[in-house]
Ligand binder design. Structure first.
Ligand code: DCP
Ligand code: MG
Length: 356
């Protein structure tokens, strides 16, 4: 049996700002775009969350919800420095560390450098050390796999810990609303609710065949997690080489105008994913698949690091002209950005399909 810990910092960017500006502790703090801009909230302090402010909300709306909130521009350099500090703490216990972003990581402590048998004890030692070194709080989830550990770390946030023992796993999953499942996004949640799958126990009742019929390959994954089974290893040190998004269309696309619009949507998603990991890249690759599954790629490499949708859109529209898009219909479009200006470890999700 494995011992997995998921650690996640509390209100990360906002907590750093409150730490460095003590007069704003205990007050609603928003980090992200200015309230008078078209930007969005990156995160909000727990005081601001009580008023309905959350990540992804337009900053203008956050301002309307709480005009007295203090808005901060993100200081990525500082957040990255804290991230290095907490990672150094993780490595004191194990080399099996898999960061998902600046503020969270999985650790496999089944065998660990300090020979501590209790994963709960390790998680609490790590949380204490994080606080001593950074003056910031973290929450932890402890379980026998990544799926459960990730969900657990959210339960007693902020500054909390939740252990899900193998004995508790079944009843925990049965009562879990489908939207809380790690790996089930909003689009899948909606689809499941339509099918009457509301809680883990409803998912558990589904046969493998039924799930695969409704959700394709992901059906296997849903089938297993409903039973609390997740064999994915904690994979350390995955160097991210590219960021991309692609979409297979329900019907093959014929009109060039329509292709351009879809391409633009995909570029938007690529921009979003790059921003999430604060990356930019010099190479843009367009992938086109025709109805007969023949797949071609076209690339462009520039002199500068790029990270915005408008530029990606312009480049990929040009690249599209060098394919047979005007003669054939198209089954799939994809855009990938590589030659990145970062080399950080992140979750293996760079080619997730877009929700249609
Ligand atoms: N972030 C962002 N845009 C999002 C989500 C998050 O820029 N849509 C940034 C800001 C967060 C950081 O990533 O501080 C970590 O994300 P989390 O989802 O872990 O959120 P927080 O750490 O802010 O809060 P929580 O206490 O819920 O973990
Ligand atoms: Mg966090």
């Amino acid at each position: 049996m494995r011992k997995i810990i998921h650690i996640d910092m509390d209100a990360f960017y906002a907590a750093v700002e409150q730490r460095d500006n003590p007069s704003f502790r205990g007050k609603p703090v928003v980090v992200g775009g200015r309230p008078d801009s078209r930007g969005v909230v990156a995160t909000a302090s727990y005081e601001a969350r009580k008023l309905g402010i959350h990540s992804g909300l337009p900053s203008s709306k956050a301002y309307r919800l709480c005009p007295s909130a203090i808005f901060f521009k993100p200081r990525f350099k500082v957040y990255k420095a804290v991230s290095s500090q907490i990672q150094a703490i993780f490595y004191e216990y194990t080399d099996l560390v898999e960061p998902l972003s600046l503020d969270e990581a999985f650790l496999d402590v089944t065998i660990n450098k300090k020979n501590i048998a209790s994963a709960t004890k390790i998680a609490n030692l790590i949380r204490r050390e994080i606080f001593l070194k950074t003056k910031l709080t973290a929450s932890a989830g402890v379980a026998a796999n990544k799926f459960l550990a990730k969900i657990a770390s959210d339960i007693n946030k902020p500054n909390g810990i939740k252990v899900i023992t193998p004995e508790q796993a079944d009843s925990f999953i049965e009562q879990l609303p489908i939207g809380k499942f790690y790996g089930i996004g909003i689009a899948t949640e909606k689809k499941m609710l339509k099918l009457g799958i509301k809680l883990g126990k409803d998912l558990k009742k589904q046969s493998k065949t039924e799930l695969i019929k409704n959700f394709g390959k992901s059906g296997y994954f849903y089938y297993n997690i409903a039973k609390g089974e997740d064999l994915r290893p904690v994979s350390p040190d995955r160097k991210r080489k590219s960021v991309g998004a692609e979409q297979t269309f329900q019907h093959d696309i014929q009109s060039i105008k329509h292709m351009r619009a879809l391409l633009n949507d995909i570029c938007k998603e690529v921009e979003k994913r790059l921003r999430k990991i604060e990356a930019a890249g010099k190479t843009v690759t367009l992938k086109v698949r025709y109805p007969d599954f023949k797949t071609v790629t076209r690339s462009f490499t520039g002199d500068f690091y790029l990270n915005d949708c408008a530029t990606f859109s312009r480049i990929t529209q040009e690249l599209l002209k060098t394919t047979e898009a005007d003669k054939k219909r198209i089954r799939l479009l994809g855009v990938t950005v590589s030659n990145l200006n970062i080399n950080q470890t992140v979750l293996e999700n760079n080619q997730l399909e877009l929700p249609i």
